[in-house]
Design a protein around this ligand. Structure first.
Ligand SMILES: [Zn+2]
Length: 96
């Protein structure tokens, strides 16, 4: 935790997006760095942040979030973001 604080939700969403994009269901979607970052950013805008400042806190929040019920609604928002980015990809824009 080099910043002194970290958003556990961000860590989880980053991992979940990589897992989902690697699964057979999402092979038709673009997984370039730009689309992947857009998917992560849109998902995080639609999810509560969970900042922690200690490794213990991080472990505690991770355990709270890492339940079947929580993963279901977190994944739902990520899947919405995957579909949104798939429909309106920004990977060809020149402003980045
Ligand atoms: Zn792309």
């Amino acid at each position: 935790m080099e910043k002194g604080y970290t958003n556990v939700m961000e860590e989880m969403v980053t991992t979940l997006v990589h897992v989902l994009m690697a699964s057979p269901d999402y092979q038709t979607f673009c997984s370039c760095a730009k689309c992947r970052n857009d998917i992560i950013a849109i998902s995080l805008n639609n999810l509560p942040s969970h900042y922690v400042t200690t490794a213990d806190g991080r472990r505690m929040i991770f355990e709270q979030l890492n339940t079947k019920e929580n993963l279901t609604w977190i994944n739902k928002r990520i899947i919405n973001a995957i579909h949104h980015v798939g429909k309106y990809p920004k990977h060809f824009s020149s402003n980045d």
